[in-house]
Design a binder for this molecule. Structure first.
Ligand SMILES: Nc1ncnc2c1ncn2[C@@H]1O[C@H](COP(=O)(O)OP(=O)(O)OP(=O)(O)O)[C@@H](O)[C@H]1O
Ligand SMILES: [Mg+2]
Length: 209
């Protein structure tokens, strides 16, 4: 049996990740491919507890280093207990965020040095990476507006605009050097965004079949 493929959707808050995942899910269904979806941080019972810590506002401030370690603790649980077992069974995985989020948010937004980030990342993931990443690239002003329309913003979503500008810049830097990351212009209309996703997906799919 062929190993499943791991497709990840990345981008700032309100960029349209969940909307894109619905489209990708429909596409895989139409191709008769068995898949699961995951979200990060979270996606396992223990990892969801770590997500709750990262998202909530408490009297005791969460340090930037503790936040980073929680992200990787949650990712270790998800990758080992859910993603890898699925892929080994031939089941595909669609991830709502994955490691690129940590590189962008912790490295860009929080400005943690690579000398801290990379050894942790390499130790936890040991070369494990998505087969395809769709980066929903958006001006954070537009993304945050879309997210705000949906409801109250969490601890991270309430960061200042410059935080998201730095995060976006790191996302784009990785997309330029890693050919498995495809940039989608997520600021366009829903119809135009769906058109871009559809063409990326079909051409990639034809290549991997
Ligand atoms: N291209 C688009 N144009 C306008 N609105 C859009 C577009 N794509 C998605 N939306 C709307 O914007 C909001 C945010 O989209 P969505 O929930 O897919 O983003 P997300 O990246 O998953 O957000 P979050 O990071 O908060 O999970 C939703 O209300 C969605 O219907
Ligand atoms: Mg979402």
């Amino acid at each position: 049996m062929n190993r499943g493929k791991f497709i990840v959707v990345e981008g700032l808050e309100g960029a349209g990740k969940s909307t894109a995942i619905a489209q990708i899910s429909a596409y895989l269904q139409s191709q008769g491919i068995e898949f699961i979806t995951t979200r990060e941080p979270g996606g396992t019972p223990l990892a969801e507890q770590m997500r709750a810590i990262v998202k909530s506002e408490t009297d005791e401030p969460l340090t930037t280093e503790a936040e980073l370690l929680l992200m990787y603790a949650a990712r270790a649980q998800l990758v080992e207990n859910v993603i890898k077992p699925a892929l080994e069974k031939g089941v595909w995985v669609i991830g709502d965020r994955h490691d690129l989020s940590s590189l962008a948010y912790q490295g860009g937004g929080r400005q943690l040095p690579e000398t801290l980030l990379m050894p942790i990342r390499n130790a936890v993931l040991q070369g494990f990476e998505p087969d395809l990443t769709l980066l929903m690239d958006i001006d954070p002003k537009i993304g945050l507006q879309r997210a705000a329309n949906r409801g109250e913003l969490d601890r991270i979503e309430r960061m200042e605009l410059a935080f998201f500008e730095r995060t976006r810049a790191v996302y784009l830097t990785h997309a330029k050097i890693n050919p498995s990351i495809k940039i989608i212009d997520a600021g366009l209309s829903l119809e135009q965004v769906q058109g871009q996703i559809s063409s990326v997906l079909t051409s990639w799919f034809n290549d991997v079949q």
